[in-house]
Write a protein that binds this ligand. Structure first.
Ligand code: 4AZ
Length: 256
């Protein structure tokens, strides 16, 4: 997050951090995510460049985490990944990503999913195809870089407010042109000082409607961070309600 501030996980209790175990056994931070039901984390497909072939036994998911490199047993819950579902039409095109969405089914060592607490809670999905007007202010959060070009992530969870941009502005030639599809939207700050950045990918863009928080976006891509006319681009979650619901549902019973 560029231009934001350190926050506490209690303000973003749905945020997940996804780690990856290297061959060297060293654990590296991979991406953010959002808890949308006790057993499921929604994140970005591009976090898994090998797609569904990603070795899921190398992944671990934390909820309730404030600091990337510290363990807080009071707040945190740790999970393994039982299933990784990458959108079948995910397309890592020319720097942009269409259908940049993936689901992780999480399970802990005792076979349980997430338990609600002060630091862990699910976020609501907005109704299908619900659109907020341009100019609405929404919140992004993540453990990503505080500036483009630095090599380290933020040690602590950070948050910032960004405004939704009109779609025709973001698809204009001055901005991203045709790189931004209908499955994406842009958000930023009028003075370009606030943005998501590398390491925030997969994490939430949440907007408050009638005093409730809804997950409208997934941090997806952008040309650099906090550059003029290059706002952050987010997966348009409301285009995927059906895709998500179908995968979270119980399998049909034999009785029908
Ligand atoms: C990235 O590389 C990335 N400024 C994430 C977000 C943005 C740019 C790049 C948006 O993961």
């Amino acid at each position: 997050i560029v231009g934001g501030r350190v926050t506490v996980v209690e303000s973003h209790p749905w945020i997940a951090s996804i780690f990856w175990r290297r061959q060297s056994a060293q654990r590296s931070f991979l991406c953010g995510g959002s808890l949308i039901s006790p057993c499921w984390v929604l994140t970005a497909a591009h976090c898994f460049p090998d797609g569904a072939k990603t070795k899921i036994h190398r992944l671990s998911i934390f909820l309730g985490k404030n600091a990337i490199n510290e363990t807080d047993y009071q707040r945190e819950q740790k999970f393994l990944v039982e299933e990784l579902i990458v959108h079948h039409r995910f397309d890592s095109g020319e720097g942009n990503f269409n259908n940049d969405i993936a689901l992780l089914k999480i399970i802990d060592r005792d076979g349980k999913c997430a338990e609600e607490s002060g630091s862990v809670r699910t976020v609501c999905l907005p109704p299908a195809h619900e659109m907020l007007p341009a100019g609405v202010s929404c919140e992004i959060a993540g453990y990503g870089k505080e500036r483009e070009g630095i090599w380290h992530n933020s040690q602590y969870l950070r948050e910032a407010k960004v405004k939704l941009l009109p779609q025709d502005v973001c698809t204009s030639q001055e901005y991203y042109g045709t790189m931004v599809s209908h499955n994406m939207f842009c958000a930023g700050s009028p003075d370009w000082s606030i943005d998501s950045c590398k390491g925030d990918s997969g994490g939430p863009l949440v907007c408050e409607v009638n005093n409730r928080h809804f997950l409208f976006g997934i941090v997806s891509w952008g040309e650099g961070c906090s550059r003029e006319f290059r706002p952050g681009v987010y997966t348009r979650v409301t285009n995927y309600n059906h895709w998500i619901a179908k995968r979270l549902a119980c399998p049909p019973s034999l009785q029908g």
